[in-house]
Design a protein around this ligand. Sequence first.
Ligand SMILES: Cc1cc2nc3c(=O)[nH]c(=O)nc-3n(C[C@H](O)[C@H](O)[C@H](O)COP(=O)(O)OP(=O)(O)OC[C@H]3O[C@@H](n4cnc5c(N)ncnc54)[C@H](O)[C@@H]3O)c2cc1C
Length: 325
Amino acid sequence: MLDVLIIGAGPVGLACALETQRRGLRTAVVEKGALVNSIIGYPTNMEFFSTPELLEIGGYPFPTSHYKPLREDALDYYHRVAATEKLELRLHEKVLALQGEQGDFTVQTDKGEIRTRNVVVATGFYDLPNLLNVPGEDLPHVSHYYKEPYEHVTQHVVVVGAKNSSAKAALQLTRAGAKVTLIVRGPAVSDSVKYWIRPDLVNRIAEGRITAHFNTTITAIRPDAVEVLTPEGPLTLPTNFVYALTGYHPDEALLGRLGIEPNPDDEACAPLFDPATHQTTRPGLFVAGTVCGGRATSRWFIENGRHHAQLIAAHLAAQVPTQLA
Ligand SMILES: Cc1cc2nc3c(=O)[nH]c(=O)nc-3n(C[C@H](O)[C@H](O)[C@H](O)COP(=O)(O)OP(=O)(O)OC[C@H]3O[C@@H](n4cnc5c(N)ncnc54)[C@H](O)[C@@H]3O)c2cc1C
């Protein structure tokens, strides 16, 4: 029987695992995809907005040759940390449900069962995109994940959204030679776009290299066009590819199956947990990382979420001996 099972091998899940293991607790991590699966899904060569020391876990230095790490640097870093700490990893195994109680939980996965005294849920938010909910969204030329621009050179690409991901994708696609149209529901490029990205986008729109439609919504996607509603009326935009980069949200159905209650006073439906220990209302069940913010996915990120690990590990190190007694 494990002392702690961490669900999710993202940066915060790994931070939790190494902190509990270092305190002598028998720990494993179960992950439905690959190690640091969410970061694998980020754009090729994506530059983090954090400097490397703010992404470090377990006290391991994160040296990089440039000011901000790239996706590939982060993948190497977290892989090395997991290997150095000899973390027990159960990869490509998806958690489905949780039975039992603190001291004797059974976690059901798509490969079997895992028995553990305590569970930490660090499942992030990156698997479920916020859908536009328009006809045609499921067509093969529509994606909610941007990777790289090269297949779109000379093509008409519609990018939906005006936050960091859509801003960076629109700029990169334009520079690679795609004809980009940005569709923005609000009146302007979001103020939350990082201060070194926003002026670049605003200036590319001003000089006409990127066409932007503000206060505009998509009403339908067809194989060769996108229908939009602008303040001046409906428009049909010829389109070869659509990137709907309108954010993501945690798997609330999974959280419910694990027995995690939403906080009724939180408009983002964040889980109800004790901020001192990160224990939920189900004793022995903890939350860590981005999932703690519910639909407010920018509330907790690697920089601040990695510190959940120490709170949880310190609490469990005191608890587990009493569970064994
Ligand atoms: C493009 C982009 C750039 C970013 N840049 C930065 C930055 O510069 N600095 C920063 O601090 N933050 C940044 N963030 C945010 C940051 O990456 C996330 O907040 C971070 O990944 C959160 O870590 P986590 O461990 O909580 O969750 P995740 O990294 O999302 O890990 C959760 C893991 O749980 C797994 N999982 C989910 N469900 C199950 C299940 N049922 N069973 C088993 N496993 C499951 C997932 O596969 C995933 O591997 C960025 C995010 C994006 C999208």
